[in-house]
Each structure stands twice: as C-alpha cells, then as structure tokens.
Design a protein around this ligand. Structure first.
Ligand SMILES: C[S@@+](CC[C@H](N)C(=O)[O-])C[C@H]1O[C@@H](n2cnc3c(N)ncnc32)[C@H](O)[C@@H]1O
Length: 248
C-alpha cells in the first residue's frame, strides 16, 4: 500500500502542465497589445512549470475553463494589468474568481466584486455559502465580495471597474447588452467567455436558437473602433476586449 502511494505521489509531482492556447494567433496579438506590462506568453509559460494553484482547491472545482487551463490566463492577466477593481458576473464554484483573487493577493492591491444568482439560478449553479467558504479557505475574504444579483442589474450599482469578466451562459444577445452597459465604465478590459465558432455550436445554443457570439464580436469590432477584440480559441474560448484608451 505504501509503495503504491509512493509511486503515485512521485508521478503527480512530475506532471507538467501544457497550456494549449499559448500557440493561439490571437494570444500573440494580445501579447503585443499588452507588451508595456510584460510578456504575456512568458508569464503563461512560467505557469506551466510552477502553477500558482498547485496545492490549492482551484484544480478540483467544476468549470468549463478547466480542461484548457484558463485559470492561468485569468491569473496572468490580473498580475499584468494590476487592476484596482475587477467585477465578475457568473461565478459558479469560483474557478475564475479564485484565480483572479490569488493574483490580486500577489499584486498586494485590488478588489473583486463577484455577482451570481447562485441558488436562484434554475440550471447549473452553486450555493452562495459554499462559494463564500471557498473564498475564506483561500484567505481571500478581504479582497473578494460576493453579491447575489442578476447580471442585468450589476451596472446600476457599480460605477466603474478596470476589468469586467462575464460568464453567465453567454450568448450574442447577452454580450451585446452587457457591452453597452459597461463600455463607459470599464477602463482596461472586458473578458467574455466564448467567441469561437465551436462555442456557438454547443447544444443549448443551437436548440434555443441563441444569437451567435462569433457574429456579435464581429459586429462589435466593426462598430466599436475604440475597443480591440482578441478571441483565444481552445474550448470554450475567451474573448478579451481591450479598451483603446488603455495604455499599458
Ligand atoms: C458558466 S457558470 C460560471 C463559471 C465560472 N465563471 C467559472 O470560472 O467556472 C455560469 C454562472 O452564471 C450564473 N448566472 C446565469 N445567469 C445569470 C444571471 N442572469 N445573472 C447572474 N448570474 C447568472 C449561474 O448561476 C452560474 O453560476
């Protein structure tokens, strides 16, 4: 029994992470856009050898972001941009939230306000209290404030943010509404789950005839020249809209 554990333990320590979106063309473009803040790709590569979430609860959480290791993108972007405030809409178990929270702790500055319907959401969701316990377990309670609220109402009580992350079963209509609510309130970047053609084809998007995220981001990039859009493709894909007024 001891032997089996020893072998397993050694193998686990030897495992290294491969970040699939490091080869993504639009990640390279984003790298260039943010180069005044450091080298995004180098910072991501360093996570492959020494991940910030080793030994934490983050890799155990349920998230569509997990398979392709998007926690490292959230962490590295937060380290680079040094936001004073982040607003997250759509928390589930806290995968992206805790990744950004760990980065703020390392930054030594900043706060996150995180919004979700929690148990009031009729589909896949988590309880407010369970997420709050994880925030405490990670010793992030001074940096992270949870709120139970609908996505559409958040802009009415938050005046401004540096980063906005939106992940509420996104579709093109939701992105359109949220973008117009937040474009004059977000100083650095808006991060949206989705944007690839593959993400548009998930079963519920097709079954309920939801507006394409790909088309919405195409329209926004034509109509909103102040914003620069980068879609990172590995599933579920992430689209990052960087405010043209933001000078890294
Ligand atoms: C895909 S999950 C979020 C995943 C999370 N960001 C992560 O890193 O794994 C979507 C979340 O959005 C929440 N949600 C769905 N519709 C919402 C709405 N209209 N307002 C607020 N939260 C909503 C759900 O309760 C669910 O927790």
């Amino acid at each position: 029994m001891y032997c089996v554990f020893a072998i397993w333990s050694g193998k686990a320590e030897g495992l290294s992470i491969k970040i699939p979106y490091l080869a993504d063309k639009q990640l390279m473009d984003l790298n260039e856009r943010l180069q005044g803040r450091g080298v995004l790709t180098d910072l991501l590569k360093s996570q492959e050898g020494d991940p910030f979430d080793k030994g934490t609860i983050i890799p155990e959480l349920d998230s569509s972001y997990k398979k392709n290791h998007y926690q490292y993108l959230f962490y590295v972007l937060t380290r680079m941009l040094l936001p004073k405030r982040i607003v997250e809409i759509g928390v589930l178990q806290g995968f992206s939230l805790l990744a950004m929270g760990c980065a703020l702790k390392e930054n030594g500055t900043g706060e996150i306000h995180a919004f979700d319907l929690f148990e009031k959401y009729e589909y896949k969701c988590d309880n407010f209290d369970d997420v709050a316990s994880r925030v405490s377990e990670m010793e992030l309670e001074k940096l992270v404030t949870l709120h139970q609220a609908d996505a559409s109402s958040v802009a009415t009580f938050i005046e401004e943010t540096d980063i906005l992350h939106v992940d509420v079963s996104n579709d093109g209509q939701i992105v359109s509404e949220i973008f117009s609510q937040w474009e004059n309130k977000t100083s650095q970047a808006m991060i949206f789950e989705g944007g690839s053609l593959e993400r548009d084809k998930v079963q519920w998007m097709v079954e309920y005839d939801k507006k394409s995220l790909f088309d919405e981001f195409l329209e926004l990039s034509k109509n909103e020249p102040e914003w620069h859009f980068f879609t990172i493709h590995p599933f579920p894909s992430i689209t990052i809209a960087v405010n043209g007024k933001y000078e890294p």
